[in-house]
Write a protein that binds this ligand. Structure first.
Ligand code: 2AM
Length: 181
């Protein structure tokens, strides 16, 4: 079985801006800047054969390139159960359109539909029982964060290797946007 997800890569310029947000929350596990990404679709564990179908399905996605802007920071979970610090994405119809195309391509190739609403974000850090005042201060101090616009011209299929020191993401293949069939 292999663990897969589909994501948008972050350009070097934006990577550096996001890396500049880290710090200030004791116990937070900050993402390695090289691993920062915007997940379009978490696939999870699939048999290796199915990965070929997934690859083919993604290669068939037709959508135009576009630009996106990162806007603000937030947290998933609240209080002592805050789990993830993230950078948000400005409302973007082209992004939603691309996500919907990826979703329908994956469902067509046999994956169960994603039940959860798409909430685009770039994970910055994972938290475990963080000091609540420090999370609040982080959100307050970084609330005006904006970065971009960033050009999006490809999707990437990633494999996630689970490890003790956190997951390692391996880019398996990139799919350019804006091709003619
Ligand atoms: P995240 O985007 O909030 O960090 C690889 O694990 C990527 O897929 C991560 O970016 C992760 O979350 C995202 N993801 C979405 N749903 C997931 C799930 N149920 N389990 C693990 N990762 C998931």
């Amino acid at each position: 079985m292999i663990r897969l997800f589909v994501a948008l890569d972050v350009t070097e310029e934006i990577r550096q801006r996001l890396a500049g947000l880290s710090g200030g929350v004791p116990g937070a596990r900050w993402m390695d800047p090289a691993s920062l990404h915007l997940t379009l679709r978490f696939i999870g564990e699939v048999p290796e054969d199915q990965a070929f179908d997934i690859d083919e399905a993604l290669a068939g996605v037709r959508a135009p390139p576009f630009a996106l802007t990162l806007d603000g920071v937030g947290v998933f979970g609240s209080g002592r159960r805050a789990r993830v610090l993230w950078a948000g994405v400005e409302r973007n119809e082209a992004l939603n359109h691309l996500q919907a195309k990826v979703e329908s391509a994956l469902v067509r190739c046999g994956l169960p539909a994603e039940e959860r609403k798409f909430s685009p974000h770039v994970t910055l850090a994972r938290l475990k029982d963080p000091p609540q005042d420090r999370v609040a201060r982080f959100l307050g101090e970084r609330g005006l964060f904006r970065a971009g616009p960033m050009a999006v011209d490809h999707l990437t299929l990633y494999r996630s290797h689970l490890g003790n020191g956190g997951s390692v993401y391996e880019a398996l293949r990139a799919y350019p946007l804006g091709r003619e069939p």
